[in-house]
Each structure stands twice: as C-alpha cells, then as structure tokens.
Design a protein around this ligand. Sequence first.
Ligand code: KG4
Ligand code: ZN
Length: 355
Amino acid sequence: MKVLGIETSCDETGVAVYDTGRGLLAHTIHSQVQMHDEYGGVVPELASRDHIRRLLPLVEETLSRASTHRSELDAVAYTRGPGLAGALLVGASVATALAHGLHLPAIGIHHLEGHLLSPLLSAHPPSFPFIALLVSGGHTQLMRVAEVGDYKLLGETMDDAAGEAFDKTASLLGLPYPGGPALAALAEDGRTGQQGGGYSFPRPMLAQLQRERNLDFSFSGLKTAVALAHKQTFPSNQQAALPGMKADIAAEFQQAVVDVLVAKAMAAIEYSNLRTLVVAGGVGANRALRAALDAAAAARGYEVHYPELALCTDNGAMIAFAGALRLLGNKPGHASIEGFSVRPRWDLADQKIPA
Ligand code: KG4
Ligand code: ZN
C-alpha cells in the first residue's frame, strides 16, 4: 500500500510517499527558515501563504521522484494538529481534496505521533513498548508507547519547550534564527562550569525527580539565568568582545538542558520497567544530547533509537509512515473523505482509536 504524507504544521512544507512493502519511496521538504529569518521567528500568516505556494508543486515533484502515479495511492495522510491553525488548514484541505478526488481515505495524523514513530523508519527500528522523549520547538514530553495509537503521558514541560529554550537563549546571545543549531554549534567551542567561564546554571526540576519521581520539565528559568549571566559578562552589550565567554555560556546552557533531559528519560525507563528509549523532534538532532543519552543508556543496558538526522525535524515522511501504520493496523484514526477539521491544540494521549 502506498500512502502520500503531507506536513504543514509550522514552517516546513513536507511531502512523502511511503510504501508498506518497499519503504520510503521519496520525501521532499521546503523550509521557510530564510523567509522568517528577518523577523526572528515564524510569522504565521506568511507561513500559511508559503505553504499554499509550495504544496501542490511539491506533491507533483514527490510523486514523480517516487515514480508513483496518484492513481496508485491508497491513502493520503496529513498533519491534523497541533500547530499553526492557518498552516494546518493548507495541508488538511489539499490532502482531503486529493483524497476525495481519488476516492481514498484522508488520515489526520497527530504531528507528535509522526515524530515519535519516525525512528521506526530507520534501518534498526525499536520494538514496542518503549519510552519516547519528544523534544521539539513546541513540546517536551516523555511518553510510554505501548503500540501505535496507545500513548501515555509521563511528564511534560510546565513552560518553555526544550527547542523553544534553545531558540530564545540563542536570540539572547545574538545568534541567528533558528537558534537551536546555531547555539549547539557555538557550544562546541565552549566549556562548561568551572572549566569555562565559571558559569553555573540551574538544572530545573531535578530535585523533584529525586524527591517525588516527578518527570515534568521547566526551562523558562534557565533562560533567565542565561540573560543574567550575559548581562554581567557583556555589561555594555559589546557582544563581540569576548567570544570565548559567549561560547562558555552556550556550553553551560546546553549542558543544563542535556543533564535534565537525560536524567528524566533514564528515570522514565526505569520506573516503567522498560529498556528502550526513542528520541524524536528537532532537539533530538543535538549532538551533545545524543552523546549523553547514549552513554547513560549504555551504562544501564538500555537501547536508544533516533530517527535518521534528516527526519529529526519536521518532514512529510513521518506523516506518510504514521498513516501507513494506521492503515496496516486497520486503525485509521481520524479518517474521513467527507470533510476535515484541524486541531491546533491537541494532546497526544488523546488518541484512542475507534475499535
Ligand atoms: O521538531 P521540530 O523540527 O519542529 C517542531 O515541531 O517544533 O523542532 C524544531 C526545534 C527548534 O526549536 C530548533 O531550534 C530545535 O528543534 N533544534 C535544535 C537542533 N536542531 C534543531 N536544538 C538543539 N540542537 C540542535 N542541533
Ligand atoms: Zn515537529
């Protein structure tokens, strides 16, 4: 069975064709990063308009790269939420119209379900059940994944998401948008704690983990700690004066985020009596996070699975794949050819699939 996947929840237009027999046949992404760059963040209206411009040509290109005619498709999957309402509507309306014209089911996929199933597309896929650490620009969650469609929330952020903390901190340090990769690159040149400029940022919510097994996160205080340190280091705002110090701030910030994510992910596995961790979402591309998770898991005899780097950030492949798994398991989820709706706010745990 062949499924066309369409992702338009934020600032990437992603399209893919997944074949349940042959795997991923093609996937294409158009990133709007350059367009939003001058505003320092995603402008929702511009995002929607760009999805409108890009989506149909990208569908044509992806089908051609997959050597697939649209008459060979078995379903069209699209991101139904969460995300920017206008951006979601573009993908949902195109997907539903295509499906309607071709007499196929249109399957509305939860964006985070796409992310958390994406490591199953890799050469060595994990097996169920597992713990998923979802770390994106909008979400930071630990989930227990029993099978496709069965997700239990174990912990989540109380304020900023991990990616959001990276982006906001990067902006504080004067780095270009999107901040995550830029801050990670700067951190490679820095040193943490006493080895560096002596910066010591909090590890938020770690005490609660030890005291009450709390698996929630909080990252907004870290941003404030960075703002203070930055102000003390660069009182006259001469950002270029001490580049080494800036790298040290970046390194200590990154280490604080990594320490918390690793400790909570390991605890979630232990408390659930499982052995497998799946990491998904844009921050999952972070090299320091991967190295620390690999080391902590190896020390405990756990396995860690990541999506391929190209599939860490938003893409159509994860949506096509999630749609295909739902078709295969006869769990179409939110399928319809009658009409559609999007869910800009949507809990992943709220995924009970009709029997
Ligand atoms: O999953 P994603 O592509 O989009 C959302 O659904 O949010 O994640 C994007 C987030 C952004 O905040 C970006 O700065 C962050 O992932 N990110 C990174 C890295 N690459 C992307 N954060 C830290 N280190 C990276 N290497
Ligand atoms: Zn995402």
